[in-house]
Structure formats: structure tokens, C-alpha cells
Design a protein around this ligand. Structure first.
Ligand SMILES: [Zn+2]
Length: 261
């Protein structure tokens, strides 16, 4: 048994090249801004990837899977506003819509009731938590890296030659260092990414948690398609402190996710 973590790091600056300029000057919805940058593939009825597609250079990027979806999710009691819940629910819907089309599967189920369970990490020994995966909004109680916007931690059984089975997890959002007026990530985009981890996806590039080989992450402004994947490990901020908006699954995210379920 093991407890593993996946985090979404931040990066300052002039990311996305000319797109940063658009971010600053336009009042258009952010999705349109991203579309103007070129390479983002949306999850639409026409473009859903239904096959398992795992490129050789991403072969080590499947971390685990759940044996019996739906994966239950609950908000920790008294922390998230209705608006925040709505944005996370939208991220859940993005994955649910995708898996509904590709596999006929209801992958996530969000509990209407908040959870009183209070964890600092997932319990990997002993009983499972009936509330499912509890989401936490951490302020001064954030204990992880200051550069991590969010973190998903889960337990796995041994792989035994296949993809490890996941059980128990927590998802934490860093409201100490982000969402604070100075640095404002797009919560829905962050949640789409973390839910990808919760499904069992590792990042689309870069050093993986296992330190196994994987395709290297391209630099911002390179135009590489990996920058448009929701599972890219870094979120970029414009000069005003606003995080990029990346709410739609890229075909690369979809193809890899199909290999898990
Ligand atoms: Zn991540």
C-alpha cells in the first residue's frame, strides 16, 4: 500500500506568449481567449475520443484506477461557498460527460451532503470512508509546498503487473497561497486537473511521481499541444495574477483516460 501525491504547480509570468497579451487586453470570455491561442481541443459531441490512446512517450503516465465507479466525492463541511462548489461541479460534469459518451459510464458522483470527516491525508490502513473522496479548502492549514495550487493524494494497492487499484483519496486546494486576490487560479480548471489525478492520470509530461521516463514538458509559448492538455503540470498566470483557463479536455487527456476504465 502506498500513499501518492499529485500536485499542480504554478508558474509566474509571461506564459503563453502572445496569449498573455490577449489576457490583459480582452474582456472576452476566457475560453474564447484560449481558442484564439490555437490548439485547444474541446470536449464536444464531435470530438470525443472513445479509444484508449497511450503514446509511447507517455507510457508511464497511468497511475491507478478505481475498481467500481462511480467515484464518490463529498465537500468537507463548512468550507466551500456555493459558487466554489458550482465550479468544481462543472469540472466533475466535464469528466462525467466525457465518460458517458466514451464508455457509458458515470465516473463521478458528488454527494449532496457535506462530509464531517476531517483528514490530513487519506487513510490507507483500515476501513474505507463511506463519504468517499473528501475535498478540502485549506487556508492556514495548508501544509504542502507553497507553489502547489492543489494536491490530490490517494492510496493504491500493488500493481501486480497491471494498473494499481486506487482506494481512498483526498483533494486539497491551496487557499493560503492562491485564490487570494494576488494569485487567482481558475478553480474549475484546477478541479478538472485534480479530478484527472483522482481518476488515475499522471501528468501529460515532465517528471512523473514515479520518476519514470515520460515525454519532457515543452516551454510556454512553444505551441506544443501538451500545453493544451488539462493534465499539463503547470498553471500559468498573467501579469495580473489571473490563472489560465483550461476547462476542456484535450484529446490527449481523453485518450489516456480511456485506458483506465
Ligand atoms: Zn497535477
Amino acid at each position: 500500500m502506498a500513499s501518492e501525491t499529485s500536485l499542480l504547480k504554478d508558474e509566474d509570468g509571461r506564459a503563453f506568449g502572445s496569449c498573455t497579451f490577449l489576457f490583459v487586453l480582452t474582456t472576452l470570455p476566457a475560453l474564447l481567449v484560449l481558442a484564439a491561442c490555437g490548439s485547444s481541443k474541446k470536449t464536444t459531441g464531435q470530438s470525443v475520443v472513445t479509444a484508449c490512446v497511450l503514446p509511447d512517450d507517455q507510457a508511464n503516465s497511468l497511475q491507478g484506477h478505481w475498481s467500481s465507479p462511480p467515484i464518490k466525492i463529498a465537500f468537507h463541511a463548512g468550507e466551500f461557498s456555493a459558487g466554489e462548489k458550482g465550479m468544481i461541479q462543472s469540472a466533475v460534469s466535464t469528466w462525467n460527460t466525457f465518460f458517458s459518451i466514451s464508455k457509458g459510464l458515470a465516473i463521478f458522483e458528488v454527494s449532496a451532503a457535506e462530509s464531517p470527516v476531517n483528514q490530513t491525508g487519506p487513510t490507507c490502513v483500515g476501513s474505507t470512508i463511506p463519504d468517499g473522496i473528501v475535498l478540502y479548502k485549506r487556508g492556514s492549514s495548508w501544509t504542502r509546498s507553497a507553489s502547489a495550487v492543489a494536491l490530490t493524494t490517494f492510496c493504491t494497492t500493488s500493481a501486480q503487473g497491471g494498473i494499481p487499484k486506487m482506494y481512498n483519496a483526498i483533494m486539497e486546494f491551496n487557499y493560503r497561497d492562491f485564490f487570494n486576490g494576488a494569485k487567482n487560479p481558475d478553480l474549475e480548471s484546477i478541479a478538472v486537473h485534480e479530478l484527472g489525478h483522482l481518476l488515475g492520470l499522471d501528468h501529460s509530461c515532465g517528471p512523473l511521481r514515479s520518476n519514470a521516463a515520460n515525454v519532457a514538458c515543452p516551454g510556454p509559448g512553444s505551441g506544443n499541444f501538451l500545453l493544451s492538455t488539462v493534465m499539463f503540470p503547470t498553471v500559468f498566470f498573467d501579469s495580473g495574477g489571473n490563472g489560465e483557463v483550461k476547462r476542456a479536455l484535450h484529446e490527449n487527456d481523453q485518450g489516456r483516460a480511456n485506458c483506465l476504465y
